[in-house]
Design a binder for this molecule. Structure first.
Ligand SMILES: Nc1ncnc2c1ncn2[C@@H]1O[C@H](COP(=O)(O)OP(=O)(O)OP(=O)(O)O)[C@@H](O)[C@H]1O
Ligand SMILES: [Mg+2]
Length: 293
C-alpha cells in the first residue's frame, strides 16, 4: 500500500471543499393500496465537491427513490434538496444521470446520443459534434460513433450513457446501479474506467450499488441505509489509499471494512424490508419429469 497516503488529511481536504449536494430532512412517502409507507425518512447528507459517495443498503430500502429525487425525476414529501445551496427544480443537465433503466435513445447513433445535451442547450451543431467526439474518444468508442445502441454491448452502452451525461459538464453525476447488468469482468473494467475519469475531471459522484466490494473500491464515503423506513444507518469514511486498483480487495483493511459494511447492510432489524419479499409463495410442483430434488 502507498505509504504517503494520509486518511486524516485526505478527509480534511474533502470537508474544506464547498458542499455541492445537500439534503436536509428529506422524506418520501408512497401510498399503495390505501397504505402510506415512509420510504425515506429524514435523510441529511452533505456531499462535497469532487467527492465519490456510494449509497448502499438492502433491496427496497430506498436507494433508487433517493437517486430519483436528487435527479429531480420525482417530487418528494418533505425536506430540502439543495445543489450549490439552491433548491433543485426538476431535472437539470447539472445533474447527469446514468441509471440502469434510463437508456440511450435507440433511434440515435452513439454520436447523436452524446450530442443531444449540448444541442438542447442551444450549442451549434458543429460545436456539439466536436464535444461529442471528444467524449466518445475519452470513453474509447471512436470506432462506434455511427453505430446504434442495439449494435453495442451492455458495457459499451453504459460508457455512452456516461459520456452523454458528462458532455454537459454536470456538477453531479448520479449513477444508480450503472454496472449491475454487466458480467464481473466488464464490471471491473468499468469500475476502473470510472475511477480514472473521476480522478481526472471535476466531478462529484453519487453512486448507488448493493455490491459491497464495488462501494468500498470506489467510494470516499459510503452511506449505509437501513430499510423500512429508509434512514441513514451510518456514514463510513473509506480509509483506503488512492489511487485504488482491484488488488486492494485482498488487503486486510479492505476485508475489515467489508465485514463492517456487511454487518450494517444485513443487520437483524432489517428483516422486514420490501413487502413484496415477505411471505414468498411456495411453488406448486408442476413438472412431469421424475426428479428427487
Ligand atoms: N413510485 C412508487 N410508488 C409506490 N411505491 C414505490 C414507488 N417507487 C418505489 N416504491 C417502493 O419504495 C421502496 C423502495 O424502492 P427503491 O426502488 O427505492 O428501492 P432500492 O433500494 O433501490 O431497491 P433495489 O436494491 O432492489 O434496487 C420499495 O418498497 C418500492 O416498492
Ligand atoms: Mg434500486
Amino acid at each position: 500500500m502507498t505509504q504517503d497516503f494520509n486518511t486524516e488529511n485526505y478527509f480534511k481536504q474533502i470537508y474544506a471543499r464547498p458542499v455541492i449536494l445537500e439534503t436536509q430532512g428529506l422524506s418520501q412517502v408512497f401510498q399503495h393500496d390505501q397504505i402510506k409507507r415512509t420510504i425515506l425518512k429524514q435523510i441529511d447528507l452533505k456531499i462535497h465537491q469532487r467527492e465519490f459517495i456510494c449509497i448502499i443498503g438492502p433491496s427496497g430500502c430506498g436507494k433508487s427513490t433517493l437517486s430519483r429525487v436528487v435527479a429531480g425525476l420525482d417530487d418528494f414529501d418533505s425536506g430540502k434538496v439543495l445543489v450549490d445551496g439552491k433548491p433543485i427544480q426538476g431535472t437539470s443537465p447539472e445533474r447527469g444521470m446514468v441509471f440502469q433503466g434510463y437508456t440511450l435513445f435507440p433511434w440515435k447513433t452513439v454520436k447523436e446520443n452524446v450530442m443531444f445535451g449540448p444541442l438542447m442547450k442551444g450549442i451549434s451543431r458543429t460545436r456539439a459534434e466536436e464535444m461529442a467526439r471528444e467524449w466518445i474518444g475519452i470513453i474509447g468508442l471512436e470506432k462506434y460513433e455511427n453505430q446504434f445502441p442495439h449494435e453495442l454491448s451492455g458495457g459499451m452502452k453504459q460508457r455512452v450513457a456516461i459520456a452523454r451525461a458528462l458532455v454537459n459538464e454536470p456538477k453531479l453525476l448520479l449513477m444508480d446501479e450503472p454496472f449491475g447488468a454487466l458480467d464481473p469482468y466488464t464490471r471491473q473494467k468499468m469500475q476502473k474506467h470510472l475511477l480514472d475519469l473521476w480522478q481526472n475531471i471535476d466531478i462529484t459522484i453519487l453512486f448507488v450499488t448493493h455490491d459491497m466490494d464495488e462501494a468500498i473500491l470506489l467510494a470516499d464515503r459510503i452511506v449505509a441505509l437501513k430499510a423500512n423506513p429508509g434512514e441513514i444507518r451510518e456514514i463510513i469514511e473509506v480509509n483506503l489509499p488512492r489511487p485504488r486498483t482491484p488488488d486492494i480487495m485482498q488487503s486486510d483493511e479492505f476485508k475489515q471494512l467489508k465485514a463492517h459494511v456487511n454487518h450494517l447492510v444485513h443487520a437483524q432489524d432489517d428483516i422486514e424490508i420490501d413487502p413484496a419479499m415477505q411471505n414468498l409463495p411456495s411453488i406448486p410442483r408442476m413438472t412431469q419429469v421424475s426428479t428427487q430434488k
